[in-house]
Write a protein that binds this ligand. Sequence first.
Ligand code: DX5
Ligand code: ZN
Length: 217
Amino acid sequence: MGKKNVLVSASILGCDLSNIESELKRLEKAKADYVHFDVMDGVFVNNISFGIPVLKSAKTKTYLPFDVHLMIIEPEKYISEFANAGADIITFHLEATKDIKGCIDLCKKNGCRAGLSIKPNTPATEVFPYLELLDMILVMTVEPGFGGQGFLPFTLEKVKEIRQKADEMGLDIDIQVDGGITDNTCEDVKKNGANILVAGTYLFRADDISKAIESLR
Ligand code: DX5
Ligand code: ZN
């Protein structure tokens, strides 16, 4: 399988949320590839972020595509609503639902690309049965729930296993990594086969977001 271009998905969990419109404009100028939109329900993870109404209004402020990361239980209940609110990619957690196939179908039926995510301690092999049906796998490189955590190096092996399996199967799938991605950790994730890098803290703390995005690519 040929090498894929590296894309950067900017997590707005780390931005100034009181100025979301200007933050989105900054991301456009800096040529981010996606806006990463972290939805937390206080049940699947120990934190609550934002949801459907915020997505709907943010969507009107930018042309950038929205990469929605659902950290919620029973995602099947809300996938259609997130799609209608403007999601372009919807990623849900394998640990959060009993109906993975049904969730993938819902994403597609609603015109979204479908992503499946695993937490750091979930084995890579768990996603193998679904690879053919998916557009993207998200390998969490921190425990989901909070921005600003340190990258967990043991997750690299899982990125590698999934890329190898996808190559064996002849699948050109996207592999996304999320959590603790910086100019220091990005080389290793790319080397192991990730091609979409989520970054929040690293980008929004940088003096120059566009340089920071370039440093990840
Ligand atoms: C964590 C979220 C991440 C988070 C990444 O649960 O899924 O998207 O915002 O933030 P940083 O880049 O700060 O680790
Ligand atoms: Zn995320």
